[in-house]
Design a protein around this ligand. Sequence first.
Ligand code: ADP
Ligand code: MG
Length: 649
Amino acid sequence: MSDGPVNTQSISGCCEEETPCRAASAAAVSPLSRFTRHVLTLFGLVFGAVLFIVVIGEWLGLFAAYTERVPWPLGVAVVLLGGSPVFRNVVRATLKRKITAHTLMTIGLLAALAVGEWATAVIVVFFMRLADYIERFTTDRARRAVKDLTALAPQRARVEREGTEYEVPVGEVQVGEIVIVRPGEQIPVDGEVTSGHATVDQAAITGESMPVEVGPGTHVFAATFARLGSLRIRATRVGADTTFGRVITLVEEAEAHRAEVQRTADRFSAYYLPVVVIIAALTFLLSHNPLATAAVLVVACSCSFALATPVAMLASIGAAAKRGVLIKGGKYLEALARADVLLVDKTGTLTLGRPHITDVVALDGVPEGEVLALAASVERYSEHPLAEAVRLAAQERGLPLHEPQDFVASPGQGVQARVAGSLVAVGNQQILPATAPVPVVVNHLARQGKTLLFVARDHELMGVLAAADTMRPEVPVAIDAVRALGVRHVELLTGDNERAAAALATPLEIRYQANLLPEDKIRIVKAYQAQGHTVIMVGDGVNDAPALAQADVGIAIGTSGIDVAIEAAPVVLMRDDWLLVPDVLRTARRTMGVVKLNLGFTAVYNLAGLSLAALGFLPLIFAAALQSLPDLVILGNSSRLLRARHAAT
Ligand code: ADP
Ligand code: MG
């Protein structure tokens, strides 16, 4: 997974997307050995720097005019040699009928050569190449957080084959094989512990270093560490299929989900270059000064417009992944920063999702045990947290279960199946025949805010189960923080009954809508969007995946296992911590702040440079030298996001 498909082309700097200059200039020199390349680079740097000083000295009158004594063909040769990777790209782009920033700079360069200023031309080449390096360095740095994460990928595994242990590269482990992990070692695969106990540090997945206890039957994740104790693990997923592998892939792919501001910046660049050409043409017509014209072309074509957005986004996404927040693209950061409505699911999202059955009410003289046994039999294969609660209650009473036939689940309503010769249904009021009244004996349970599960046999209500679930303890603080961040409207959407919804919503002072089907949740999301709101939906991916997908940003909180949640939404919280919700909002705002600063600075800088150059106040060598300054500012500004640490623990 470390050699996965890293998308190096999304940040395309000076060049148009189809001709990424960095990739191409690297390819252009690839026949040379690394060493030769380093020597050449070093030589180029020293030569360029010395020449720069000499030319400045001449210009200030400090030195005699040395450069004039160099025969001009030599100067032209240096320009051609030093600038060859750039020229190659320009030619390639031109053949595709494309004009890039480098094209304009090359024209400026040729203008300088034409008037015999070979030294200036060399300096322009020098700074063009330098800017390229700075750009590459900047994007590399932005990717650093992702790289740090990739570096955590397990390399080797100890597998047991026919009673003998072999150490093999992790790629050779097969699903189903037994892997052995000793104390302090990294778990190389996703799998189930078959024997042994250990405490496991899951920071690589969840961002949280509090170790968890694992033992036989526990699911463990690749890239986490066993601290105390040894484990035998049966591999269920290996390599890129593991949760860790998928996180890496998704973070790497995040670069492709461009933010709207980046698309705007890209569109802007498309208009920008022609405008620069016009200004340059006017400069030449009015001043007849080829060097001032060249200065316009060179100063205006810094790559920073293209860098401003993706560098910040990438740094943020990488840093967030390390904290246990998976953000699948810059466009989601943008929407998060803008969002004003937060919709939340109840079961498993606002609550712990570990409900337990508190009451069993049997009607018409049916034994309680029978109600529970039939309900649990129907729930046998349901993945809903309530199903788990029903099964557990039956198990605690030692009730025998039947094998359900023709099992059907109606999301947001309940389940039904044929059990012991009867059709048994379990669910909310909506599974009851329209005529059946809700028995008065359960009113007091409803008033307590409990979830009521009606159990019907052959369309006759035979009993009611009451379930209680607890709110996640950090929710009140998290909701307050969300409000403080400007998301004023928070609303609970649930398939559960009115009272159960009110019991949670009232202390949180949020609105609620109850008795909703999954499609009602989508409808509500759409209604808010139609009113011009940007909607965040937080859910656990069970029954609410469509609403998560409809929202501008779906945030999946990993109750039902990160395994499910990871595909469910554009933002995934890798650990059950509601405080990560305000955390991700804060991250989004900071990122957009940095992006705006980057773009604003670049705009002002380019405008100033352009004006000075057009008026003839900016000599060509300074235009060249100042060209990579915005890149450095973007680098420094965006690096702040790499250090971002939030109080989310
Ligand atoms: P929420 O919107 O609160 O997350 P769901 O949409 O998952 O809840 O479910 C809504 C309601 O549907 C539950 O409160 C419950 O009454 C009923 N329900 C859903 N699935 C089941 C099930 N497997 N067994 C019993 N009841 C269920
Ligand atoms: Mg739910």
